[in-house]
Design a protein around this ligand. Structure first.
Ligand SMILES: C[S@@+](CC[C@H](N)C(=O)[O-])C[C@H]1O[C@@H](n2cnc3c(N)ncnc32)[C@H](O)[C@@H]1O
Length: 244
């Protein structure tokens, strides 16, 4: 049944993000911009969400979600989903869990999943911190990717940066032993801050021998934000840590 006040007929408890009330965390790592939804994205949200969308009110169960056992890699803040779709296409033996709050990006990814017949991606439309804390079991993920998180460059906004010691403690707890956390950013001071926080997390070990930044691994596609950063002459820093 389609409920009038529920976007796309999706029951409210299954989604959060930019339609959700601001009642759970006072400091958000994203701005609640609506963005323009194309008619194709709008239709995709209506028709494809039941196939790829996950219900926030249920614990995440990989076998139920994907219908098979395979390592699960999460991407937090996938934006328009280009990198996620490319990773899913290049690694059909893995399951991918995308978590995003931006509705047009989710619509865009849904269209790509259908166009490329990708069945190894499922999506939470919600704040990743809440999904990890409430839906995902400890020691369950093979990897967590965080590519080009919002940099919040102004000092007074640094508290909104997703990567902080509490978030990294949460990330480490959700990884299996040997699982990876991979972040990339084109903001040098955010990279330095991430490196410092990650180096101080006792559960994590830097994959880089110099205990510094890692070269970009071939599995990480170039994203829209990275290409833009390159045009502006920014550097890019990859950080890859493993759960001990
Ligand atoms: C700068 S964009 C980068 C998008 C994409 N990863 C890329 O490289 O093109 C950051 C994205 O993270 C999302 N985001 C920020 N905080 C989030 C959170 N707590 N949970 C889920 N998504 C989040 C934003 O909505 C935005 O789409």
């Amino acid at each position: 049944m389609i409920h009038k006040n529920e976007p796309f007929g999706i029951p409210k408890e299954t989604i959060a993000g930019d339609t959700a009330p601001l009642n759970r965390r006072s400091i958000r790592s994203y701005s609640l911009r609506q963005g323009r939804l194309t008619s194709a994205q709008s239709k995709a949200l209506e028709t494809l969400w039941p196939e790829f969308g996950l219900d926030l009110s249920q614990p995440f169960n990989a076998l139920d979600a994907f219908g098979r056992e395979a390592p699960v890699v999460a991407e937090i803040g996938f934006g328009n989903g280009d990198a996620l779709a490319q990773m899913a296409s290049s690694a059909p033996d893995r399951n991918f869990l995308g978590i995003e709050v931006h509705r047009p990006g989710i619509g865009h990814l849904l269209l790509q999943l259908k166009a490329h017949n990708l069945n190894n991606v499922r999506i939470y439309w919600a704040d990743a911190t809440e999904v990890l804390a409430q839906n995902v079991a400890d020691s369950s993920l093979a990897g967590i990717c965080l590519f080009f998180p919002d940099p919040w460059p102004k000092k007074r906004h640094h508290k909104r940066r997703l990567v902080n010691p509490d978030f990294i403690e949460l990330v480490a707890r959700k990884l299996k032993s040997g699982g990876f956390f991979h972040a990339a950013t084109d903001w040098e001071d955010y990279a330095q801050s991430m490196l410092n926080i990650l180096q101080h997390c006792p559960e994590l070990e830097n994959k880089s021998k110099e205990n510094a930044y890692a070269p970009r691994p071939s599995y990480r596609p170039l994203t829209k934000f990275e290409s833009r950063g390159q045009r502006l002459g920014h550097g890019v820093w990859d950080l890859i840590f493993n759960r001990r």
